[in-house]
Design a protein around this ligand. Structure first.
Ligand SMILES: [Zn+2]
Length: 140
């Protein structure tokens, strides 16, 4: 299989089998993105989309952030997909793979800490004031 240097976005409900090389599939219902590894190994790379994991940015061209470190694949590819283009970060040796995994974990953990709290619902002030006013003025 040939290697890929460009991806186009395709919005799908679920990923097709097999995936087409050069297509970054984005499934909103499952919050996942999937693509064929650009190195040419033909393996599928499925990334979970969440604030702590991967983000897809679509502005006409598709970007996937942060970098994909295919540590689970035999090829150990490491690359960015930025505005549709594959930006190689070289092959990972075991040492770098471990470091990338560690920094991925750190990123996930820091995201978890930094993630915003569920906003507390605001009391419906206007209604409350209206009620109070009615109470004070003796009108109902
Ligand atoms: Zn590969």
């Amino acid at each position: 299989m040939r290697s890929t240097d460009r991806y186009v976005a395709q919005f799908v409900e679920s990923f097709p089998t097999p995936m087409e090389p050069g297509v970054l599939y984005i499934s909103a219902p499952y919050s996942t993105a999937g693509h064929i590894c650009p190195c040419g190994c033909g393996r599928e790379v499925v990334t979970k989309l969440s604030p702590a994991r991967y983000r897809v940015i679509f502005d006409g061209e598709v970007s996937l952030k942060p970098s994909v470190a295919a540590t689970g694949l035999p090829c150990n590819s490491h690359y960015f997909i930025t505005r549709g283009e594959v930006d190689w970060h070289g092959k990972l040796d075991a040492d770098r793979a471990a470091r990338v995994q560690a920094s991925d974990r750190r990123a996930v953990e820091s995201q978890r800490v930094a993630s915003p709290q569920t906003p507390t619902p605001q009391p419906p002030r206007a209604i409350w004031w209206a009620r109070l006013w009615r109470g004070v003025s003796g009108k109902s």
